[in-house]
Design a binder for this molecule. Structure first.
Ligand SMILES: C[S@@+](CC[C@H](N)C(=O)[O-])C[C@H]1O[C@@H](n2cnc3c(N)ncnc32)[C@H](O)[C@@H]1O
Length: 363
């Protein structure tokens, strides 16, 4: 067991098996050994590649999306531009560069990043201070509720999948939570079912309760609470949100996965050394928004980017590119939108106030 595995095993020895949600929170966010706290995990040399790393087009189109929505809001003189989990800051850097076409937008934007990793906060600062972005003023927060009052444009790309998930399994005795314990020989972590009901069972929606014997259900209470808070905020003070992630419009059973060096990894083997995520249940997010705000989508990332004009943007970039670069742009375009790649599994959920103009990208 690595250092974090041993700490988790100690915790289990003291308090008994922990939930998968607690395990995820430790593996990703432990202040010393947590996955996002210590390493640069992005890009070809890291563990995985996200859409902003695939192509500048992704952040640029989201930047122009923000400008259009801001115009639809009546061009407020000040608003909060919020990104949750900005990673290396690439998406926002590309967005702010593209938004230079409307200087009044940039002048009105007050930038807030929700980020817990000190290492990534530094990377985000560096990304924004590049010469062609020229942005210095940003506030970092540990949570969305620290963002000051006022209308908000909120962006979250591959953020919700990293929030802790509980897992439950239907047994002959009813639903039981999957817990992380220590194997009999004390050498490794293992998953076992709780012998009786646990508090988180109360979160299972009624329609899931009737699933077949052996069925597995996942719930992300933090993601649900956060979505509810964002929707309430947008419903009350205006703005919009884009929640982009891989997932399904309805639960799909066990989707917990660990990724390291672009391949799948054992979920329990080396906590803090592999990315740990679940596929987001967009139906649960829609339920969380409820009547607090208008819900748009989810639509596939391919349709969303297509409707924002990604094909035209790719053509424009190719015009001034070498042959090799043009090939790369074409490949990046198809990776982002092809349903067999990121175009369908990745989905975009929009949130807007009731009565606001329809958000671009959801036509
Ligand atoms: C998969 S990365 C997303 C990267 C980025 N949005 C992109 O598109 O490249 C997840 C990001 O969320 C941050 N993060 C994870 N859990 C968090 C939490 N509970 N609170 C705040 N930030 C968190 C990570 O440090 C990282 O910046």
């Amino acid at each position: 067991m690595n250092a974090l595995g041993q700490l988790i095993a100690k915790r289990i020895a003291l308090q008994g098996p922990i939930t998968i949600a607690d395990y995820m929170a430790d593996a990703l966010g432990h202040p010393k050994h947590g996955y996002y706290m210590t390493r640069d995990v992005f890009g070809a040399d890291g563990d995985f590649i996200t859409a902003p790393d695939i192509s500048q087009m992704f952040g640029e189109l989201i930047g122009l999306w923000c400008v259009e929505v801001w115009e639809g809001m009546g061009r407020p003189a000040a608003f909060n531009l919020v990104e949750l989990g900005p990673g290396r800051g690439t998406l926002m850097a590309d967005a702010l560069r593209a938004a230079k076409v409307v200087p009044e937008f940039r002048a009105a934007a007050i930038l807030h990043f929700i980020e817990t990793s000190p290492k990534l906060r530094q990377a985000q600062r560096d990304a924004l201070s590049q010469d062609d972005i020229g942005w210095r003023d940003v506030s970092w927060h540990d949570g969305f509720n620290q963002v000051p009052d006022g209308p908000c444009l909120v962006i979250a790309n591959e953020f919700l999948d990293a929030l802790p998930a509980h897992q439950f399994q239907r047994t002959a005795d009813g639903w039981r939570e999957r817990m992380v314990g220590v194997s009999e020989d004390g050498e490794s972590l293992c998953v076992a079912l709780a012998p009786g009901p646990t508090p988180a069972l109360a979160l299972l929606p009624i329609e899931v309760m009737a699933s077949n014997l052996g069925a597995v259900a996942e719930i992300q209470p933090t993601a649900i609470a956060l979505t509810r808070t964002i929707a309430a905020r947008i419903g009350e003070t205006g703005g919009a949100a884009l929640l982009i992630d891989y997932g399904y419009d309805g639960g799909q059973g066990d989707t917990l996965q660990a990724v390291r060096k672009h391949g799948f990894h054992d979920v329990l083997q080396s906590p803090g050394e592999a990315d740990l995520t679940v596929h987001v249940d967009f139906a649960a997010l829609r339920r969380a928004i409820g009547a607090a705000a208008r819900i748009l989508g989810p639509v596939g990332q391919g349709d969303f980017l297509g409707s924002l004009g990604v094909a035209v943007r790719a053509q424009m970039l190719m015009k001034s590119a070498t042959k090799a670069q043009a090939k790369e742009i074409e490949a990046a375009h198809s990776r982002l939108v092809d349903p067999a790649e990121m175009g369908a599994l990745f989905k975009v959920l929009g949130v807007a106030p009731h009565g606001a103009p329809r958000l671009p990208g959801f036509e």
